[in-house]
Ligand binder design. Structure first.
Ligand code: GLU
Ligand code: MG
Length: 441
């Protein structure tokens, strides 16, 4: 879908601004207008039934939103970003919008409001703030030939795209950190610096669309699909986050306790681990997500907390103590279950909500798995993540805490999309399923 020859930019064109939302299918959607006409009170119309557009690109049947009803895309001006420097493309001005009813009140099913509310709750109910960062893996599906993991050659093969990507992200204020050839065939990873949760999730959306744009501008094609072909290394979307007090002091670090995790951080982690299986339908929402979420993939098949363990749903990340660096500010978590099918606002909103539930109930720190996972022995009892999308939907429905976070209409729409998707892909071979999602994502 992203193939195309570079086009000449026309400097005399008026600049546009794209007013964007991202939906259940985690595709960026919206409307544009001339930037010169965009003002502090601008909002644009939107349609509730658009939420029912699934990954396959059509509004599915049996959703609670029909042909009537109207919403507004209400821009969050702080999110306005200017993306410039993509060869042959005019600059992109993009602003993220909350979906509101026509009287300005938040829409019951707005994915961005889902995260916004979770962040407010975290601050107001618990006095906690957090800084977060999304890491993305993807495959250059147009690349040919051999690939050696992590190699200089793989890095060079992606030039000048790698340099272009880092420059464009930097100039857009998205603070890129590292760009690397990953383990999988023609797989790459891009990381950006942590920031507040809404901005971090907005950044995740921008990173994807900028990657697509840059690859397309170079006549190449990138795919973030969970697995681009059966047997290939998975592409994860990992979310890093800490917990701070209102003054930005860490609430995670306690050197006297197991894993150096404070009691509060332990409860937060426990909420995530407990609700992990039920959240899977939303963090791993594609039929092929479950090819990735398997043991020995350096992704995760069990809901557990692991110390520096890359098969954990929730990993306690290492700290850098070279030259006496202070670990207390560094210790943080990484949620490793997510993939590109998950809406970043919803993914992060769920992580925060599950964590808050853990604190609310005063849950004990879960078992911290240290060393290699021994699923036939001492770790056999760790809770399983669902093995496929159908099981994931059942687990979501059964968990009243997780399903209770969403409006009934959102859940009904989500389930209708997944049923439609399932009906369409289940008869196909795994290779074909992978191909479908590789085209979409
Ligand atoms: N590719 C792995 C995944 O599917 C992650 C590898 C890593 O630890 O970066 O999540
Ligand atoms: Mg990686």
């Amino acid at each position: 879908m992203h193939a195309g020859a570079p086009r000449e930019s026309a400097p005399e064109l008026d600049e546009l601004i794209f007013i964007a939302t991202t939906d259940i299918a985690a595709r960026t959607k919206g409307r544009s207008m001339r930037l010169a006409d965009f003002g502090p009170d601008t909002s644009l119309g939107w349609v509730p039934a658009n939420l029912g557009i699934g990954s396959l690109g059509h509004i599915v049947d049996d959703i609670p939103y029909g042909s009537t009803g109207d919403l507004r895309l209400k821009p969050d001006h702080g999110s306005l970003t200017r993306v410039d420097g993509i060869p042959g493309r005019p600059p992109l001005n993009i602003v993220f919008a909350d979906l509101v009813d026509t009287d300005g009140s938040p829409w019951e099913s707005c994915p961005r409001t889902f995260l916004r509310d979770a962040v407010a709750q975290l601050r107001e109910e618990f006095g906690i703030t957090t800084r977060c960062a999304f890491e993305h893996e993807f495959v250059d599906v147009s690349a040919k030939g051999d690939h050696h993991p992590f190699s200089l050659q793989a890095f060079r093969n992606a030039e000048p795209i790698g340099s272009a990507l880092m420059s464009v992200l930097h100039r857009a204020g998205l603070e890129p950190e590292t760009w690397l050839p990953e383990y999988g065939r023609h797989q790459y990873e891009i990381t950006v610096a942590p920031t507040d949760p809404l901005a971090a999730a907005d950044r995740a959306i921008l990173v994807r669309d900028i990657v697509y744009d840059i690859f397309d501008a170079h006549g190449r094609e990138a795919s973030f699909a969970p697995v681009v072909a059966p047997g290939e290394t998975g592409n994860g979307v990992h979310v890093h986050f800490g917990l701070d007090d209102a003054e930005g002091r860490t609430l995670v670090f306690d050197p006297a306790r197991p894993g150096r995790l404070s009691e509060l951080a332990g409860s937060f982690a426990a909420g995530i681990v407990r609700h992990g299986p039920a959240m899977a339908a939303l963090f791993a929402p594609l039929a092929t997500s479950y090819l990735r979420l398997a043991p020995h993939n350096w992704s995760t098949a069990r809901a557990f907390l692991g110390l520096q363990n890359r098969e954990a749903l929730l990993r306690i990340c290492p700290t850098n103590e070279i030259d006496g660096r202070d670990p207390s500010r560094q210790l943080h978590f990484e949620f490793r279950g997510g993939d590109i099918g998950a809406n970043p606002w919803i993914l992060l909103g769920m992580i925060l909500r599950a964590g808050m539930q853990g604190i609310r109930e005063g849950l004990e720190t879960p078992e911290i798995v240290e060393g290699e996972l021994d699923l036939d022995g001492r770790h056999a009892g760790l809770a399983r993540l669902p093995r496929d999308l159908e099981e994931a939907l059942t687990m979501l429905r059964r968990d009243k805490v997780v399903s209770g976070w969403f409006s009934p209409a959102f859940l009904a729409t989500f389930e209708a999309i997944k049923r439609d998707e399932f009906a369409s892909v289940q008869a196909r071979s795994l290779a074909e399923q992978c191909e479908v999602y590789t085209g979409v994502y």
